[in-house]
Unconditional design. Structure first.
Lengths: 79, 738
């Protein structure tokens, strides 16, 4: 399934684009925190900008700005 | 039970209102608006989060106890601190709250509603302060307050807390919620059937272990446990073993069948959030570009962001380093003035000595930190409330991540170059306890300003004014090398501790970037005062006590022979026919000699001698050893103590006679003591050793016990000793700087 062409990661979508969260995976504390912050499946999220050194990224989700590291954004699948 | 006997307790009992809300929701502003100036700050027992509470008058004859909880996005607990705060909400604390007041940021309502739903599940009466409604309106966000009330069963009061709008309505709503304490109909979270079965199983175990006051309590606790407990390594306490086992069993089983309990619980709540949002909140489809976004285009821009970051941090550092100077000098002058005043007022003797050099010096040692603490927290508060502190963490996180630190750890680390004491206090801006501990344990390795006098004295002593390395002066190179060493040491220590002692779940950054807002000065200044007050009470007492201990070690026992000899010499001067100036000079030489002789025979002096074999391989003799012991009061005290050892009282780092005497000092075999190599070894020791009792006191305060400060002393001593040993031994073998 991993090779499925429809599998897209939030960490890889271009800055400025919007997608819908489909799955969040990774270490439990991180996943739990991301879910609590509103990144549950079905939520639209925009990658708004990146930090001067390219990491972390600033997301727009549920009408507020949330910053997460790219490593954690790798665990967020979008469609 | 007699109703009459109970009556006084019940009439005297104030209703308890807990204040909860997301960070950046204006919770502190609401607290201040309601409470006026009468705030009490206490600690939760056993942990180090502040618990602010105040008595709030609702009307002429009723008042409530309002307690502020730490800002949070959810009730799930990762640390003991969070557990204690949450337990007071859940009603496991000493008292169940009568009303829970939630501050919700109207501009980020969905996220606030997640916490709200979690709190509504508890079943206590809820009042929602829908804050920042002015900002929401200008962003085109429209919240249907009546509908929100109807759907949540809570009283909803629109507020603009920073302008004082809605405060009276909040008081009225709290009164109303108290008057009808029966929880009204709540919105139901839809849960998958499998989760309902799991919860029922856990509830049964809970009810077998603990008596629950209300039927919904077991359900609330069951969900909280499933979200908060880890299979191993969580910091939560007082959870009965059968309950832990049940949680473990249930989550294992769920994981095996491919279910994610966290997602089921949190996702279910967010479904309700979405439903509520659809009914009560209209957000513009194509929002105008906010001015926060325009400012961020500069402040988080690749070049502009880096420049702005550097500029802000330079200002903060400049403030700590230079702007605090006049206030510090004033405190030092006042201390010196009161010492000489008391000395003149009281007869010379041990009591006067204790008051002057123990108590007054100790009070001075405490107060001298206040300007830097106040300034640092003023800046942190200002930057936090403005919203920039989060951007600073955003900009620098990539760099901090490399050594296992959080972006937010930058400001404390930077402040450490000025003074570790305020810097350790500033680690409170970090969310996770592990991050806080890690940062405060490596902070004392950053080269604080109190080390500078030591570097200046040593470099000026061991490097002749003209000595150069290439086109640079040798002293400047040495000084730069010490700062570089301190940075490398702090970052390496962080990386090592993160992989060893403070292992744990991978730390990460999930950081809200709140809109830029104007701070409320009264809230800011109160925050600063609370920090200063906490420092004075909790760390100040320890510092004062340690100063007195240090004084005793450096003063006792007195050698009567030395005293008698000095008295005789003074009498001889008085009897001689020398001019007033000459008598003055001779008397002060006698004083210096007496001070030196007494120090050499004091406990510290003896300890220095006993330990000479231990420190000799680093290039230090017993006299330097006494200086190092004295430096535990504060590093710069090294200079003065070393002066006294060499019979020069009142020396500072620019004192030429002290440098001269150090250059001439020798080992018993006649070899020079302060060679360039010994000087470098000494400076390396000062970079790495944990020599500051005030730092120890503040780490004890902020880590909640003696365990971590003792660990810190241990690892830094080992590090300093090994590094100096390496420098001196390798240098000697190679014949460098002898």
């Amino acid at each position: 399934m991993n090779a499925s062409p429809t599998r897209r990661l939030l960490a890889r979508i271009p800055v400025g684009s919007t997608a819908v969260v489909s799955r969040v995976s990774g270490a439990r504390p991180v996943v739990r925190r991301l879910l609590e912050m509103g990144l549950v499946p079905g939520t639209p999220v925009t990658v708004h900008r990146e930090a001067p050194l390219g990491d972390p990224v600033e997301l727009r989700v549920r009408n507020y700005a949330l910053s997460i590291r790219r490593a954690d954004a790798l665990g967020i699948e979008v469609e | 039970m007699s109703a009459i006997a109970l009556a006084p307790r019940f009439t005297a009992r104030q209703a308890l209102v807990l204040l909860a809300g997301n960070p950046n929701s204006g919770k502190s502003t609401v607290f201040n608006a309601l409470s006026g100036a009468r705030t009490r700050v206490a600690n939760y027992p056993g942990v180090t989060i502040d618990r602010r509470s105040a008595t709030v008058a609702l009307s002429a004859d009723t008042s409530i106890e309002l307690t502020d909880l730490p800002g949070t996005y959810s009730l799930a607990a990762r640390s003991r601190e969070e557990q204690i705060a949450v337990e007071s909400l859940l009603g496991h604390g000493p008292r169940r709250p009568d009303v829970i007041l939630i501050v919700a940021d109207a501009t980020a309502l969905a996220r606030a509603l997640y916490l709200t739903i979690e709190i509504l599940e508890i079943g206590s009466p809820v009042v929602i302060a829908l804050n920042m409604t002015d900002e929401a309106r200008s962003a085109g966000i429209d919240v249907d307050v009546a509908r929100l009330e109807a759907l949540t069963g809570a009283c909803v009061v629109p507020t603009v807390a920073n302008k004082g709008i809605g405060t009276n309505a909040l008081r009225a709503a709290i009164s109303e919620a108290l008057a009808r304490p029966v929880a009204p109909e709540r919105p139901e979270v839809v849960r998958p059937a499998a989760l309902v079965t799991d919860l029922a199983e856990l509830e049964a175990v809970i009810l077998g272990e603990r008596v629950m006051e209300r039927p919904q309590d077991a359900r609330v606790w069951a969900q909280w446990l499933l979200l908060s407990l880890e299979h191993e390594g969580d910091e939560l306490q007082n959870i009965p073993a059968p309950i832990r086992a049940a949680v473990h069993r249930i989550s294992e089983r769920a994981a095996k069948s491919g279910r994610n309990l966290d997602l089921e619980i949190i996702g279910g709540r967010y479904q309700l959030v979405d439903q509520l949002m659809k009914e009560v909140c209209r957000v513009p489809q194509a929002p105008r570009r906010s001015w926060t976004d325009r400012v961020d285009a500069v402040l988080t821009h690749k070049l502009g962001g880096a420049l702005a970051f550097a500029l802000v941090m330079m200002i903060v550092f400049q403030a700590l380093f230079s702007w605090s100077e006049p206030a510090i000098s004033l405190i030092e002058d006042t201390v010196a003035w009161s010492q000489s005043w008391i000395t003149r007022l009281m007869a010379a003797g041990p009591l006067t000595d204790l008051i002057v050099n123990g108590v007054i010096a100790g009070v001075g040692n405490v107060l001298v930190f206040v300007p830097q603490i106040a300034l640092l927290f003023l800046f942190i508060g200002l930057l936090e409330d403005l919203g920039y502190l989060a951007r600073a963490a955003f900009v620098i996180d990539r760099v901090m991540r490399a050594v296992g630190l959080h972006g937010r750890a930058f400001v404390p680390m930077l402040s450490g170059f000025s003074c570790a004491v305020p810097a350790v206090m500033a680690t409170r801006t970090l969310e996770s306890r592990t991050d806080r501990l890690l940062t405060m344990l490596v902070l004392p390795l950053t080269s604080c300003s109190a080390r500078l006098p030591v570097y200046v004295l040593v470099t000026a002593t061991v490097f002749a004014p003209g000595s150069r390395l290439g086109f640079l002066s040798a002293g400047a190179v040495a000084l730069f090398a010490m700062y570089a060493l301190s940075v490398v040491a702090a970052l390496t220590a962080a990386a090592v501790l993160r992989r060893t002692v403070l292992k744990g779940p991978a730390p990460t950054l999930v950081l809200e970037l709140p809109p830029y807002r104007l701070p409320v000065m009264s809230v800011l200044l109160r925050g600063v005062w609370q920090r200063v007050r906490t420092f004075l009470i909790d760390a100040g007492t320890v510092i004062l006590a340690l100063t007195i201990v240090m004084w005793a070690l450096l003063s006792y026992p007195k050698d009567p022979a030395v005293t008698a000899e000095a008295e005789a010499a003074r009498a001889a001067v008085a009897a001689s026919g020398a001019s007033a100036d000459e008598r003055e000079a001779r008397l002060s030489a006698i004083d210096s000699h007496e001070n030196g002789a007494q120090l050499r025979s004091s406990i510290a002096g003896r300890v220095g001698r006993v330990f000479e074999p231990v420190i000799a391989p680093l290039g230090f003799d017993w006299r330097i050893g006494i200086g190092i012991l004295g430096a535990f009061a504060a590093r710069e005290v090294f200079v003065g103590t070393l002066g006294v050892v060499f019979d020069i009282s009142g020396a500072d780092e620019t004192n030429e006679p002290l440098r001269e005497v150090l250059r001439r000092a020798t080992w018993p075999n006649g070899a020079p003591l302060m060679t360039p190599l010994a000087g470098i070894s000494l400076m390396v020791f000062f970079v790495l050793a944990c020599q500051c009792m005030s730092t120890v006191a503040i780490v004890k305060r902020e880590s909640g016990g003696w365990r971590w400060p003792l660990f810190m002393i241990g690892y830094m001593t080992v590090l300093a000793y090994s590094a100096s040993l390496l420098v001196y031994q390798v240098g000697s073998r190679l014949g460098w700087g002898l």
